[in-house]
Design a protein around this ligand. Sequence first.
Ligand code: SF4
Length: 377
Amino acid sequence: MAGIYLHIPFCRQACHYCDFHFSTQVKTMGDLLQAMRRELQSRRNYLEGEAVETIYFGGGTPSLLPTDDIQRILDDIYIYFPVVEKPEITLEANPDDLTYHKIIELARTPVNRLSIGIQSFRNQDLQWMNRAHTAAQADFSVKCAQDRGFENITIDLIYSIPGLSERDWLENIRKAVDMQVQHISAYSLTIEPKTAFGHQLAKQELQPVDDHTSGTQFLALVHELKRCGFEQYEVSNFCLPGMQSKHNSAYWLGKKYLGVGPSAHSFNGATRQWNVASNALYVKGWMNGVPEFEIETLDDRTQLNEYLMTRLRTSWGIDLDHIRSAFGVDLWQIENDYLLQLLQDGLMVKENSTLTLTTQGLLQADRIASELFILES
Ligand code: SF4
């Protein structure tokens, strides 16, 4: 089983924290979609005939796409790829796009999962982050989508926002739970250099939240969502039983995926490739038959380190038997002292051959994974 990711690189305005690839020049959307459809056709064999189980419109802001275009892209996918009977089809959407009419239109397409970028239910946070929507629009978008029959909705939240108290954060979490969505993704605000916040930080006009506060908000998040029946299946991802994102889970489980659109990444089990992160160069390349992309062959060591990095962030954890059989590495023996220390410190648990991080361990998942990296083939 495989997935298809479609990167729609347009946004109404730039959020102050965002370093994804997007443009606010929406008028070039027609050319870009034509190029994306050409890429879909040209790369029809990339997944080597594996059935497509998930389709994901990400971005950018895919909810800016007219629904006719969404349908056209899906029609192309069904022409060029084998697709399972009931694929998970997700569309990322911003609340300001999800008007009553837009939701009615979307409900007529095969899209069956909405990922709504709410980020906060507080207007002061939304304004500070330069989000294009209000708290009232966030509220309306979820309720209206539920009324129109969407039964698989995920919302994004952000914590570690300066000025967001622990109490404010808990209210945001409870509001999300009260909305009866099936899935919540919550991310700690990170200040990236080439963003408006990054520039403010460089000029010392912004004081980021300290690690202790950030960690406290993460622990509150995990505690509150688990109390309300959510499972944490990845550091930042929580769902009601059985409602994991199949698409994102496929990334973490190492399945193949085709990424279409500027800056989109693809993975076929042996190589990773990524398209040029420029709308103009992407369109020019595909329309002239000479697409720009880079490709990296993943050697065993890189694949193992990627496995450690992604899987330690998930509830599946790492499997020592798999590491031994797939990579010929006895991690338990090589890193015995360190692993025993993690177990003793309550950062990790071991069940048979599987090692998973505890909530405290997840707080340090990236550091722990990098300590375990195998440096030589
Ligand atoms: S809407 Fe999403 S992709 Fe666009 S600028 Fe904001 S965070 Fe980035």
